[in-house]
Design a protein around this ligand. Structure first.
Ligand SMILES: *Cc1c(COP(=O)(O)O)cnc(C)c1O
Length: 276
């Protein structure tokens, strides 16, 4: 939201598909006005948005499509990596992400030569050559030490994602008969399980129960952006986000990361099963 407003644009929110937590392509059209320039689908929790209908609607309205890949490094949509579909795609390398640095970092990718050139100007003071600013840029260089770390970690990204998927399979199998909704995989997408998100109307009680068993389950995210103090009452589309608001009340992320070992997975399974 902050990035959109810093660019001088006006954000308009679109509700999610409740099964997948990603933008509902059927609700996009209604949010488009003659002033709309771009659409930003978010590949949330590790699986791809349903991109085809979004790209199609975007094409029909002459919009740029900017993928938010911050939670889905390495995920595939229809056999092709997320980040390779839109006009631009943004990745975060914040330490908790599937590909994380040891500090902040991020990356924008594009195959459009004009956007590429513009991004290179913006990232370093608007410089095309040293000390000459052609546009009002910023300092957004990826620190070289972080880049060096990321290059090494990139080699094992698919392996790390497979380890996450293995843990997710253990959760799926171990919780299948519990009275909570488990993550649903879209058939056109792989899931890289940045988060393993279950949902239940008894979310807060489940979280407390797990905490009592020494299991830290997190909420991603308890307060949707349109209800945050900075944005409350002023974002277009806010009045029609029932699924977003319901998800914010019901979602709970179980522990998942490549180093989580079998004993810990077992502890989580026993904890959840004792509740639900
Ligand atoms: C982490 C995250 C961001 C922000 O990334 P930063 O590197 O912290 O700026 C944006 N979108 C999603 C979906 C994220 O998970």
């Amino acid at each position: 939201m902050a990035a959109i407003e810093q660019a001088g644009a006006v954000p308009v929110l679109v509700d999610i598909e409740p099964r997948y937590f990603t933008m509902d392509p059927g609700k996009l059209e209604a949010a488009i006005t003659p002033r709309t320039r771009a659409v930003i689908p978010v590949h949330l929790y590790g699986q791809a948005v349903d991109l085809d209908p979004i790209l199609e609607t975007g094409r029909r309205h002459g919009l740029r499509v900017i993928e938010d890949c911050a939670q889905a490094h390495g995920a595939l949509y229809k056999g092709k990596r997320v980040g390779s579909w839109g006009d631009l795609a943004c990745f975060s390398f914040y330490p908790t992400k599937n590909l994380g640095a040891l500090g902040d970092g991020g990356m924008v990718v594009t195959r459009d030569p004009e956007l590429d050139q513009r991004l290179r100007l913006l990232r370093e003071y608007g410089w095309a050559e040293r000390y000459v600013s052609h546009v009002q840029g910023m300092n957004s260089r990826l620190d070289e030490l972080q880049a060096a770390i990321l290059r090494v970690k990139l080699r094992t990204l698919d392996e790390d994602n497979a380890a996450r998927a293995g843990i997710a399979q253990r959760y799926d199998a171990g919780l299948v008969d519990c009275d909570i909704a488990l993550p649903v995989c879209r058939k056109d997408s792989t899931h890289v399980y940045h988060q393993y998100v279950v949902r239940t109307p008894r979310r807060d009680a489940l979280r407390q129960h797990l905490r009592n068993h020494g299991i830290a389950a997190q909420i991603h995210f308890p307060v949707p952006v349109h209800l945050q103090p900075a944005y409350r009452g002023r974002l277009a589309g806010s009045e029609a986000l029932p699924e977003t608001e319901r998800a914010a009340r019901e979602v709970l992320s179980l522990p998942i990361y490549p180093g989580l070992h079998e004993g810990e997975v077992q502890t989580v399974l026993e904890g959840v099963r004792a509740f639900a």
